[in-house]
Design a binder for this molecule. Structure first.
Ligand code: MSP
Length: 661
């Protein structure tokens, strides 16, 4: 009989920076779920990847002096290395720059266009480049900042293709209301319903102001909006329009796991793309909360970004996985703390689990020369332990179905504690004093080892090394490797007569004080913040802090201001850029060099009236490609709310290239 399938995805991450522990949180959760379903016998497909197009990446690459592809290749390699270290056993890693994906996204766009659900129009509005999101005036904060990330938005005006979200709003609402499981958790579902009930505007799904994207085949001035491109990964990766058999095998996805900040994209735009393609919708979109630090959301400027690589170096992979899954209820926000991580290692892993194994194996060595004894007649206390095991398995299952990793692990640890209690109840060291009680002692130790077999098996979805370390000490590593979920439901599987191998404690205790030696209490967590602060000299750290402070107040320090290289430049040539009613291409003389730049002033100046004017420009702005034209600098102009605009010029003549300060 064909196995049931289980298809789970993480978001595909932007390769614009290193991944942090927040990304690890989602990906470890998805990996755990995939391992759990595989163990249950599902034919599992686990997808993750990277979202590589868009203006943000284009700009970052330019700032790093690299071609976008070269830039993303390097960062994607660091993603894959981290996932390997964290034991992320994905089935496929999709990159949105891979040719198959690009081609299919073009076909998807064309299909929807041919159907009449994508049409050409003009876009005017606010755009947040870092978030790659459009906003209406109403949605912006008072100071014209992005409601998601708080950064300044840009006004963009351009010809664009639009996707008829409005046409599908009612159908989507009905689907959400009729399928309570579609958006989880419940509170987020209500949020989405409220949002859609306000009405949906058609969505601009193409851009013309940069090149780093998938071209629209019917109009090569346009590239496809990065979210349209990115969301499609969930179907291109499994063969939509290229391998229909595989696609039909796995689609619809069982779970899209996403952070709460991108839930709207996944529960509005994505289902509507699927409706327009006449494809079934995913069964569940789960919006989890954020992992914050004591100083708020992780951000580079705050220097509070927690690098999972450092944590793995210091504590090992399983403690990190355990902490991520155990500490923060999936769905709500939680705060990362290294102290809490160390406490979990010491109490749950070293004390509860490590001791159970250690005590049990030591007793088998001491009382049975290291050979697993036979189990004899069961007593009530044994049945109790056995029943606790089956109850635990059921509770773990129930909670895993709801993605309640925290509770599932709590239940599993209740069983570990129950097994520790069983030692105290049965007092093997007293039984050992009496030769007549040898059988009873054997039964007790067998039951403890059988509990450990079940515990090791139950741990397999969550931890990647520990189950096998337990198995090795019990002499049954291979058995643990082969253990399926159903095998856990049987009691008495462990073969008596096997030789155990006592090893080192599986979780050495961490001395909290020693770990933080020399680190002030209040900055303890900064010890593991990635290079932004940890490798800084004191002076640099102070500067980073001052910058972070200014960022909060929207102030720039004098030092920051002096980073701008403002110069007087003379316009030598000016011409309109074809296809744009806003942009002019200028050649300017900067004294020692000539530059080409693009300026959005065509509505206010004729090309020839500019020639000979001395203007002020930012000479050290990172280069960009605007409307396919390279721009190496930016000219300054004043503008007001009424839409007037005037160039800043110099009051008296001065040589080209003079510095403005
Ligand atoms: N590229 C898009 C996703 C496209 S999916 C078709 C994107 N990428 S991202 O790299 O910015 O973020 C990816 C995911 O990381 C999001 O789900 C986001 O919620 C999650 N997280 C980012 N910071 C996080 C925390 N601090 N905590 C938990 N999750 C976090 O968005």
């Amino acid at each position: 009989m064909a196995k049931d399938t289980f298809y789970i995805t993480t978001p595909i991450y932007y390769p614009s920076d290193k991944l942090h522990i927040g990304h690890a949180y989602t990906t470890v959760a998805a990996d755990t779920m995939a391992r759990y379903k595989t163990m249950q016998g599902f034919d599992t497909m686990f997808l993750t990847g990277s979202d590589e197009h868009g203006q943000k990446i284009e700009r970052k690459a330019a700032a790093a002096g690299k071609e976008p592809k070269e830039y993303v290749d390097e960062i994607v390699a660091t993603f894959k290395a981290l996932w390997q270290r964290l034991g992320i056993d994905y089935d496929y890693f999709i990159r949105t720059t891979e040719p198959r994906h690009e081609k299919v996204v073009q076909e998807i766009f064309k299909k929807i266009y041919d159907k009449g659900d994508i049409y050409k129009g003009k876009y005017e509005g606010w755009y947040c480049t870092p978030c790659e999101s459009f906003w209406t005036e109403r949605q912006l904060a008072e100071d014209k900042t992005c409601p998601d990330c708080g950064r300044q938005v840009e006004w963009v005006e351009e010809e664009s293709y639009f996707f008829k979200l409005s046409k599908y709003a009612d159908r989507l609402l009905e689907h959400i209301k009729n399928n309570p499981d579609f958006i989880q958790p419940e509170s987020r579902r209500n949020e989405m319903i409220n949002f859609i009930e306000q009405g949906l505007d058609d969505l601009s799904v193409s851009r013309t102001t940069f090149d780093w994207g998938i071209p629209v085949t019917i109009d090569d001035n346009h590239v496809i909006y990065v979210w349209f491109d990115a969301l499609s990964n969930y179907i291109t990766a499994i063969g939509y329009l290229t391998d229909e058999e595989n696609f039909n095998h796995y689609w619809p996805a069982d779970i899209h796991l996403v952070g709460k900040d991108i839930l709207r994209f996944h529960t509005i735009i994505w289902p509507i793309i699927l409706m327009a393609l006449d494809l079934p919708l995913p069964k569940k979109v789960f919006g989890h909360g954020w992992l914050l630090t004591k100083t708020g959301k992780m951000s580079k400027s705050k220097g509070n970004v927690v690098d999972p690589n450092i944590l793995i170096d210091d504590f090992g992979v399983d403690p990190i996985r355990y902490y991520l899954l155990r500490e923060v209820a999936f769905g709500t926000d939680g705060t990362y703390s290294t102290e809490a991580l160390i406490q979990r290692i010491n109490s749950d892993l070293a004390n509860d689990l490590g001791n159970l194994l250690n005590r049990t194996i030591s007793m088998v060595e001491q009382y049975f020369d290291g050979v697993i004894p036979e189990a004899g007649q069961a007593e009530d206390v044994d049945d109790d332990l056995k029943n606790f095991a089956s109850k635990t398995i059921k509770l773990v299952e129930e909670n895993m179905e709801k993605l309640r990793f925290t509770v599932a692990l709590e239940e599993l640890w209740n069983y570990i504690r129950r097994a520790n209690k069983y030692i105290d109840q049965t007092t093997p060291w007293i039984l050992a004093r009496d030769e007549d009680k040898k059988d009873r002692l054997g039964t007790v130790l067998y039951n403890l080892l059988e509990s450990l077999r079940i515990i090791a098996g139950l741990l397999k979805p969550y931890l990647i090394e520990t189950p096998y370390k337990i198995g090795r000490q019990m002499g049954v590593e291979e058995l643990i490797r082969k253990t399926s979920w159903d095998d856990l439901k049987e009691w008495g599987v462990l073969p008596a007569g096997t030789r155990v191998n006592k090893g080192e404690p599986i979780f050495p205790r961490i001395d909290l004080e020693k770990y933080f030696e020399g680190v002030e209490d209040k900055v303890r967590d900064e010890k593991i913040f990635k290079e932004d602060t940890s490798n800084h000299t004191a002076a640099e750290a102070k500067k980073a802090k001052a910058e972070a402070k200014n960022e909060e107040k929207d102030l720039v320090s004098f030092e920051e201001f002096t980073k701008l290289d403002l110069r007087v430049a003379e316009v030598l040539e000016a011409e309109r850029i074809e296809g744009s009613n806003k942009l002019l291409k200028l050649q300017v003389d900067l004294g020692e060099e000539q530059r080409q730049l693009v300026a959005g002033i065509a509505k206010h100046y004729q090309a020839d009236e500019l020639v000979g004017k001395k203007i002020i420009m930012v000479a050290n702005l990172e280069p960009a490609t605007i409307f396919g034209v390279k721009s190496n600098g930016m000219i300054l102009a004043a503008s007001n709310e009424e839409g007037d605009l005037t160039l800043t010029t110099v009051e008296k003549d001065i040589s080209n290239g003079s510095k403005v300060k």
